[in-house]
Design a protein around this ligand. Structure first.
Ligand code: HEC
Length: 148
């Protein structure tokens, strides 16, 4: 009788065993894949960031005629001529500075250009890598808009 009990046990255990082998590693992989999904580490591409955050003032084409531009004290500069105005080379460091710290450090008083560093920090939940990536994506996108 003891013998039959043992055999029954094994037969009952087999599906459970298969289940553990097949599904558990799979499900933990699945959970991992989900962890890396948005919004945890997702950084929108430059074009999307630009449309969401910049086009209202600078215009979709970057030339400064967004719908909000008319209500600003100072018209937004043409972002497609950045390279031209900086000796033919896209001023990546300058744009990075402007996005992170704004233009208020300059002498001409308070600027209507928002300071994006703190806004991106908030949206990225203080993930510094994400903030940098956003600024990099925006720089790359602006670089792609440059005209001769
Ligand atoms: C509320 C309107 C507004 C929004 C939104 C805005 N800007 Fe600006 N931006 C301005 C204005 C106005 C200036 C000029 C400010 C000054 O000179 O004080 C400016 C200046 C700049 C400059 C410096 C340009 C130069 O010629 O030196 C850059 C670069 C820039 N903006 C990029 C961006 C990017 C990228 C975004 C989106 C993340 C953005 N701006 C969103 C209004 C805006």
């Amino acid at each position: 009788m003891g013998d039959t009990m043992k055999r029954q046990f094994r037969l009952v255990d087999l599906p459970l065993f298969v289940f553990l082998i097949v599904f558990l590693p799979g499900s933990s992989l699945f959970a991992k894949a989900q962890d890396s999904q948005p919004p945890a580490t997702y950084t929108p591409p430059g074009k999307q960031l630009y449309r969401n955050h910049c086009a209202s003032c600078h215009g979709l084409d970057g030339k400064g005629s967004g719908p909000v531009s008319h209500s600003l004290r100072k018209p937004p500069p043409d972002l497609t001529s950045l390279s031209k105005r900086h000796g033919g080379k896209f001023p990546g460091d300058y744009v990075t500075e402007v996005l992170r710290f704004g233009l208020n450090y300059s002498s001409h008083g308070s600027s209507e250009m928002p300071v994006w560093g703190p806004i991106f920090q908030d949206e990225e939940h203080y993930n510094e890598g994400g903030v940098r990536q956003r600024i990099r994506n925006l720089c790359e996108y602006l670089e792609s808009l440059q005209q001769e």
